[in-house]
Write a protein that binds this ligand. Structure first.
Ligand code: NAP
Length: 237
C-alpha cells in the first residue's frame, strides 16, 4: 500500500524558508555519551527529562533519527503526552540505502503517524519499494560526505510540510547536522553518570583542525529535572 502525504500537513511558513528549523536533542552522561560500548542506552536520563522530550516532540512537525538508532533502539517515536498532540510529528529516518527492515515499532505505529525514509536518489531501488509497500513514504536525495546530503534531506522535509524538526540522534547524524551548520537549537539533557571512552559519543567525530573552528552555541536556559540537568542552547551566528 502506498501512503499519501497526510491532508492538512503543517503549513510551511515563510516563502524564503529553504530548510526546516533544526533542534538537536541529546540525552547524555556527564561525559557526553549516549550509550554504553555495548549499545545500551535505555535509560540514561530520568522520568522528568523523558517527559520533557515528549513535549519537545509535540512542538515539532518532524522527529528525525539516523538508521543506526532505528536499528539499535527500535523506537516508536510517537509523542506520548497527555492530552495527546492534535497531530503526531512525522517520523523521519535518514537511511542512505533504504536498508531499514520493513517491520518493528516504527511500522507498527503507521496508523498513528507518518514514517518518511530519506535515502540516496541512487540508493537501493528494490529496498525502497519494499519500504513503500510496508507503508513508509520515501524520498531520494543527493549523497553527502557521510550518508545523504544534509541540506538536501532538510529540503525534502520542508517540501513535505516539516517546518520544525527535532533530531534525536544518534551520534553520527548529530555530527553531520552540526558539521553542516544547520543546528539552530540544542536541547541537552545530562544525567549524573559516567560511561567512559568506550561509550557511544553523543556527537561523533567532527575532524576539527583547531579550537577556533569548534561550533559554538549560547546557553539560553538551564534547569534541574530531578537528578538531571537540562540545558538549552542557540546557535551563535
Ligand atoms: N541516549 C539517547 O538519547 C540516544 C538517542 C539516539 C541514539 N542513541 C544510541 O546511539 C546509537 C546509534 O548512533 P549511531 O551514531 O551509531 O547512528 P545514527 O547516527 O543513529 O545513524 C547513523 C547512520 O545514519 C545513516 N545516515 C544517512 N545519512 C546520514 C548523514 N548525513 N549523517 C550521518 N548518518 C547518516 C548512515 O547509515 P547509512 O549510510 O547506512 O544510511 C549512518 O551510519 C545507538 O546505540 C543508540 O542506542 C542514544
Amino acid at each position: 500500500m502506498l501512503r499519501r502525504w497526510p491532508a492538512g500537513a503543517p503549513a510551511v511558513h515563510g516563502a524564503l524558508m529553504s530548510r526546516p528549523t533544526v533542534t538537536l536533542k541529546l540525552a547524555t552522561s556527564l561525559d557526553g555519551r549516549i550509550a554504553t560500548g555495548t549499545g545500551e542506552s535505555r535509560w540514561i536520563t530520568g522520568e522528568a527529562a523523558r517527559a520533557e522530550v515528549q513535549k519537545l516532540r509535540t512542538a515539532h512537525d518532524g522527529v528525525l533519527i539516523g538508521v543506526g538508532t532505528a536499528r539499535a533502539d527500535d523506537p516508536e517515536l510517537l509523542a506520548r503526552t497527555s492530552p495527546p498532540p492534535r497531530r503526531q510529528p512525522v517520523r523521519v529516518v535518514m537511511d542512505t540505502e533504504f536498508s531499514l527492515a520493513p517491520r518493528g515499532r516504527l511500522f507498527d505505529a503507521l496508523d498513528r503517524a507518518t514514517l518518511l525514509v530519506i535515502g540516496a536518489a541512487d540508493g537501493d531501488a528494490a529496498r525502497r519499494k519494499v519500504l513503500e509497500a510496508a507503508g513508509a513514504l520515501t524520498a531520494g536525495v543527493a549523497r553527502g560526505p557521510v550518508g545523504v546530503d544534509v541540506d538536501a534531506a532538510l529540503a525534502a522535509m520542508l517540501e513535505r510540510g516539516i517546518a520544525r524538526v527535532l533530531c534525536e540522534g544518534g551520534g553520527q547524524l548529530a555530527a553531520s547536522l552540526i558539521a553542516a551548520e544547520v543546528v539552530d537549537r540544542l536541547e541537552w539533557f545530562r544525567a549524573p553518570m559516567v560511561l567512559g571512552g568506550d561509550g557511544r559519543p553523543g556527537v561523533a567525530a567532527l575532524a576539527l583542525s583547531s579550537l577556533a573552528a569548534a561550533p559554538r552555541f549560547k546557553r539560553v536556559a538551564l534547569r534541574e529535572l530531578g537528578p538531571d540537568i537540562w540545558e538549552s542552547y542557540e546557535r551563535v551566528s
